[in-house]
Design a protein around this ligand. Structure first.
Ligand SMILES: Nc1ncnc2c1ncn2[C@@H]1O[C@H](COP(=O)(O)OP(=O)(O)OP(=O)(O)O)[C@@H](O)[C@H]1O
Length: 720
């Protein structure tokens, strides 16, 4: 006999009828299968937990399962079932059609970073109808969305992320969890770089309730930029974006406390989300890009850029090269202008911060979070999508909509910044700098804590910078990069900003005194990218930097060499592009472009070609008789290619944007935080502060078992 599952409305009614604070939603006699046999007991479902109490004169065993860690409830065949893997659990229990037995699935707490496991608990109730009601209620407790309506997650999988195990991890871990959690999805395996970006930009997204990547941060960067390039992006801004980490860095996953793919898959089943701030970056040539992790300049940026050729060393490449760079510390001439997010920002910025110019040629508004609509965005996915062109109906007339993709705080600021053009609210820090890290997340990668105070939804970017410190001062900072409070390291300063501008002056030197500020001429947005003459820096590791535009490798510039013409960025980007061709960009486009006559010119990344079979736009472009312009694009970011920023100084394809340390006039970049622009899927056990940071135990620790039951999975302990 097949039991009838209660309808959606029945379930909603039951929950609503018992919605009083603390009242049980359902309660009935239920026996628990255990290693000691079948134990009679009472099972109670509350809003936040499932509790089973043994009915016995001899003992008072109790099992408490937080709904945070509950991710599945299925019928189970009669008998004692315990499963050690997600795969085995899914295979055994999902076949049963009718039973008075049901099994609930929990993910174990992640103690000391250990890999989480699947726990299962099987109960027996009196009738099949009762069993069906329990299942519906439990599934509602896990995620009400599938009960209320249809859901379908779009899953992009990058087969070449990290150690190239994305597909294997998906099959063995993610797929079983999604099956147990009854989460529907559509899987798309990316064919090349740019595939996901092109799909997001051109295809109908209305069938999807979430967009998830099984990859590193790079594929999410593609998804985000593809989405934000749609004319109707605002319609989809509340679709939650998720990441199942299989990449190398995995900075967002670490920041969201889903370090393991199992945790991220459970988060997808539960489908809870929160807003995420997005950084909008604008180069002097007008190219706009968006990122969710960081913008870096100086030490860290150069480590990221220059260690690309050491990919063979795996994630150790950054540590190795950072050590090399720190021992030969460089100083970067330039200015950092920022619009403080906090009223008391000056105190933490130190004495080096000075007020901006007197004039107010650009009208800069320092908007409170409430004014910019962040609070509204935080209300959740129910917020109606806003039209980017229109301010919110109830907003004061002069306030720009928070959802606008167009910078609202820096729109009138031309790059490079003319003296006195910033409003007095801005602060300016004069270089030379050792590094500037602007981060939206605490963790830039799984083991690099850039700023423990950063939050993804605070409407601000955390600027962590060091001016002219010595290598011995900066060393402890990076050495302590995975610990809490390392920000107290001498020489490291921190401010929170709503917007900022980095203006390199073209000097990068190993001598602090040489990295003085060079005045540069203001340049119109969209102007030619040809760099004008400026002094060349001295560089200990300057072979790449000292190449000529002709492409041959040169030698390090001697210290006393007179100023030379600066090196076009196309030469500088060769390392990334070479890496991309060899390791990542295996597309036909890259192969075809290998014959380009100019040895300097690098192929356009395979962004368009990647999706050509599916995209009318790309198909039309392919029929065009004129070959794709041979512009160099560092690391082949599809977004950059689309923006026509071939000579961009801002490079990166993995959520981190890296400013070339040697950039001259065109290197200036303005960055604005767009508060809560999009949403990300996050696990229910995420910190109260809504971002994971070092040393902090989750506020609601995922604790499936409590009371006198043993913590050991599948074992019950009696007595004392
Ligand atoms: N099928 C594919 N073939 C080649 N490259 C791809 C493919 N799919 C995606 N890519 C590109 O691979 C790049 C790197 O991918 P991803 O970020 O997933 O891995 P990762 O670099 O190892 O991890 P992380 O970004 O966390 O360090 C992305 O920029 C993406 O554009």
């Amino acid at each position: 006999m097949h039991q009838t599952m209660p309808g959606a409305q029945d379930i909603i009614d039951i929950v609503a009828a018992n919605s009083a604070q603390g009242a049980p939603i359902m309660k009935c006699n239920a026996a628990l299968y255990s290693s000691q046999g079948v134990l009679d007991g009472l099972l109670t479902l509350f809003h936040d937990r499932l509790v089973w109490n043994e009915l016995s004169d001899r003992t008072s065993n109790m099992l408490t399962i937080s709904t945070d860690v509950l991710f599945g409830a299925t019928l189970s065949p009669p008998g004692k079932y315990k499963f050690r893997s997600f795969e085995a659990a899914a295979a055994a229990n999902l076949r049963v059609e009718a039973s008075t037995h049901f099994t609930v699935y929990t993910i174990t707490a992640h103690e000391n970073g250990r890999r989480p496991l699947c726990d299962t608990w099987t109960f027996i109730v009196g009738s099949e109808e009762e069993c069906a009601t329990w299942l519906s209620l439990l599934r509602f407790a896990i995620n009400p969305a599938p009960i209320k309506g249809d859901t379908n997650a779009l899953v992009f999988l990058n087969p070449v992320s990290g150690k190239r195990k994305s597909l294997a991890i998906f099959e063995s871990v993610v797929k079983p969890i999604l099956a147990i959690g009854a989460t529907k999805y559509t899987l798309k395996i990316t064919e090349s770089a740019g595939y996901a970006s092109e799909f997001m930009r051109t295809q109908d997204l209305s069938p999807y309730s979430a967009i998830v990547v099984v990859s590193g941060d790079g594929l999410l960067h593609e998804v985000l930029n593809g989405l934000l390039r749609r004319p109707d992006w605002a319609t989809y801004r509340n679709i939650p974006l998720g990441i199942i980490p299989t990449g190398t860095g995995n900075g967002l996953a670490r920041s969201l406390d889903v370090t393991w793919p199992e945790q991220a898959a459970v988060a997808l089943v539960k489908a809870q989300s929160q807003p995420i701030d997005i950084m909008s970056t604008t180069l002097a040539n007008g190219a706009v890009n968006h990122c969710f992790l960081s913008v870096t300049w100086g030490l860290l940026a150069d480590v990221d850029i220059e260690s690309e050729s050491m990919r063979w060393a795996g994630s150790a490449r950054l540590d190795l090269y950072a050590t090399v760079r720190m021992l030969n510390l460089r100083y970067y001439g330039g200015r950092l202008h920022y619009l403080p997010a906090d009223a008391d920002a000056d105190s933490s910025a130190g004495a080096s911060a000075s007020s901006g110019g007197e004039g107010a040629a650009a009208e800069i508004q320092q908007l409170s979070l409430a004014e910019t609509g962040l609070e509204a965005a935080s209300q959740g996915a129910d917020m109606p999508p806003s039209d980017p062109a229109l301010p919110p109906a109830d907003a004061p007339a002069r306030v720009q909509p928070a959802a606008s993709l167009h910078p609202t705080l820096t729109a009138g600021v031309a790059l490079p910044v003319a003296k006195g053009s910033l409003s007095p609210r801005w602060r300016t820090i004069e270089g030379p700098f050792v590094q500037v890290i602007a981060t939206n997340v605490p963790w830039l990668s799984a083991d690099f804590l850039a700023c423990s105070r950063a939050r993804i939804t605070d409407g601000a970017v955390d600027l962590v910078y060091s001016t002219a410190v010595t290598k011995w001062q900066i060393f402890p900072y990076l050495a302590a990069s995975a610990r809490e409070d390392h920000m107290n390291t001498k020489g490291v300063k921190h401010v929170r900003a709503r917007a900022f501008i980095i203006e390199p002056t073209g000097l990068r030197t190993t001598s602090r005194s040489d990295a003085s500020i060079q005045e540069v001429q203001p340049q119109r947005a969209g102007a030619s990218s040809s760099p004008s003459p400026s002094p060349r820096p001295r560089s200990l590791f300057g072979s790449r930097r000292s190449k000529t535009p002709g492409g041959s490798s040169g030698t390090a510039t001697p210290p006393d060499t007179p100023p030379q013409v600066p090196v076009p960025v196309r030469v500088r980007s060769q390392v990334y592009t070479a890496y991309h061709q060899q390791t990542i960009g295996r597309s036909a486009a890259a192969a075809a472009a290998a014959d380009l006559p100019n040895g300097d010119a690098e192929p356009r990344p395979p962004a368009q070609a990647a999706f050509s079979a599916r995209s009318e736009t790309a198909a039309a472009a392919a029929q065009s008789p004129s070959p794709a312009p041979a512009v160099p694009v560092a690391r082949a970011s599809p977004a950059e290619a689309e923006a026509g920023a071939g000579e961009c100084r801002l490079v990166g394809s993995d959520g981190h944007l890296v400013l070339d340390g040697e950039a001259a006039e065109l290197g200036a970049v303005k960055v604005e935080c767009l508060p809560g622009l999009l949403r990300v899927i996050c696990p229910p056990w995420l910190n109260e502060g809504r971002t994971a940071h070092a040393g902090a135990a989750p506020a609601k620790a995922p604790e499936p078992i409590a009371g006198t039951l043993s913590r050991e999975r599948s074992m019950l302990s009696f007595g004392a």
